[in-house]
Design a protein around this ligand. Structure first.
Ligand SMILES: C[S@@+](CC[C@H](N)C(=O)[O-])C[C@H]1O[C@@H](n2cnc3c(N)ncnc32)[C@H](O)[C@@H]1O
Length: 470
């Protein structure tokens, strides 16, 4: 074979061979189906935002992902970038297998008191798909910290979290070893950086790192270090959920078996679910993984396990003496939120932001320890005597829809608005107007009489080359 003339092809063939050998060795009884599945096109699915249901319920005709409360399969991949609903945060494009996290959370909630105040850490969060799962399945009062080490990927995470619009998600930018070694979180998700075999058909370049035994060993070592750094952050009775998008045992069953052998305070947490979901159960000594294989399960390759720290969850809240907030925010700014009495308001660097009162003590503590990127809701900015609300506020589900007049856009107008093209609008009122699409907040415009200014931040403008924040 003339491999030397087509070195790129040679590269792919050797990786495919490697993958084929690994799958045949580790899963002999199902390997044929998996290898067949890897040849098929990837499956497209979306997750609905339960707080932003559009006027026309397009999803009612779609097929549900059986293990997810809000997940739906699509027949084909549409142009999400040209759908204003996507820009409003009405849904997120998420791979179906990884939505199994929704089911895990629902099962855990069934055995936990309803009013429990969850503190949740999504350690490897960007681009934010599983942050959506955590925030939309845990009670809305839970404290969700989405952390990402990569400063570039933080921007994507920040956009995806902001457009979801949940007031209880905070973002930090820290290495796992920079977290204080204290039992702070009742639920930690480690969606680990991995060799990425499972995403082979979705992003065939996901194997560009030259998949081989050495690379898998490097990934496993990194995953081991991550688990070692964060295991003490989990409260007694709390959960550690670990996932990868790889097939091999080294980054999954074997790794967690070793972790359980060395950390006796953890035990596996087993789930039961319908057989028809075709989720493979991978067991290796002490560890149990839920495995999603193309060709067997309807989704991409994904592996997930749930561990529980022995003991019981404590309902005692996190308390610190509250510091007096020196700045008093006026009631008009406060009224930008639906229930201002539930929030503490701050003014820093000419910006107003709000933190849920029941999160305040915990936030006060972690923000002294971590590099925070997003704190509560950024409401807007003061520019000399003018106050301008922020795009992040418009997206927020707690934004008060009474404070500015609303202007409904049709699809054509919404796309023009998102492309920052000029077009004529008959506004009823001068000043800030909220641009709506199918009953959901899309963005802001400032009507100054003879013309209007599009206040959509340039970074969110639709560009021809834009591939979306996926
Ligand atoms: C599989 S991705 C996370 C996907 C995300 N949870 C989601 O559902 O959208 C893994 C993330 O881990 C981050 N990462 C890489 N090395 C890391 C390390 N040593 N510690 C923590 N996170 C790391 C990567 O930057 C990447 O964003």
């Amino acid at each position: 074979m003339p491999l030397m003339f087509v070195s790129g092809v040679f590269f792919i063939i050797t990786m495919l061979d490697f993958l084929e050998n690994e799958i045949t060795k580790n899963f002999p009884q199902i390997s044929e189906k998996i290898l067949q599945g890897l040849q098929e096109p990837s499956i497209v699915s979306i997750k609905l935002n339960p707080f932003k249901i559009p006027e026309k319920h397009f999803f009612e005709k779609l097929e549900k992902v059986p293990w997810s409360k809000f997940g739906y399969y699509l027949q084909e991949r549409p142009s999400f970038v040209n759908d204003p609903l996507w820009h409003c945060g009405a849904y997120y494009v998420q791979e179906a297998s990884s939505m199994f996290l929704d089911f895990i959370i629902q099962e855990i909630l069934k055995i936990t008191p309803k009013n429990f105040n969850w503190k949740i850490l999504d350690l490897c969060a960007a681009p934010g798909g599983k942050t959506w799962s955590l925030a939309s399945n845990f009670p809305i009062d839970s404290f969700v910290l989405a952390n990402e080490i990569d400063p570039l990927r933080i921007n994507i995470l920040k956009h995806n979290v902001s457009v979801l619009g949940f007031p209880n998600i905070y973002i930090s930018n820290n290495q796992p070893n920079e977290f204080p070694k204290e039992p702070l979180f009742d639920f930690i998700l480690v969606d680990a950086p991995c060799s990425g075999e499972g995403m082979f058909r979705k992003h065939s370049d996901s194997l560009k790192n030259n998949l081989n035994h050495e690379y898998i060993q490097i990934c496993a070592k990194r995953q081991k270090n991550i688990l070692h750094e964060i295991k003490d952050l989990i409260t007694p009775g709390g959960y550690l959920v670990y996932s990868t998008c790889t097939f091999n045992l080294e980054e999954n069953e074997k790794l967690i078996n070793e972790f359980l052998s060395q950390n006796h305070e953890f035990e596996t947490f087993e789930l039961s679910f319908p057989k028809e979901w075709n989720i493979f159960i991978g067991r290796y000594q002490k560890s149990i993984f839920y495995r999603f294989f193309p060709g067997i399960t309807r989704g991409e390759g994904f592996s997930i396990t749930i561990l529980r720290k022995k003991g019981s969850l404590s309902s005692e809240g996190f308390s610190l003496p509250l510091k007096k907030n020196k700045h008093s925010t006026n009631s008009w700014i406060k009224n930008h939120l639906k229930n201002p009495e539930n929030y503490s308001f701050f003014f820093k660097n000419q910006s107003y932001f709000a933190i849920k009162k029941n999160h305040f003590a915990f936030w006060e503590f972690i923000q002294t320890e971590l590099k925070m990127i997003k704190n509560g809701i950024l409401i807007g900015n003061q520019k000399s005597n003018d106050f301008l609300p922020e795009q992040e506020w418009v997206w927020n589900i707690d934004a008060n829809d009474e404070i500015y007049p609303k202007y409904p856009l049709d699809k054509n107008q919404a796309i023009k608005y998102l492309s920052k093209e000029t077009f004529k609008i008959e506004f009823q009122e001068i000043g800030i107007n909220i641009m709506m699409y199918q009953g959901i907040f899309l963005g802001l415009a400032n009507n100054i009489g003879k013309r209007w200014n599009n206040l959509l931040p340039k970074i969110y403008k639709i560009r021809k080359s834009f591939n979306g924040w996926l």
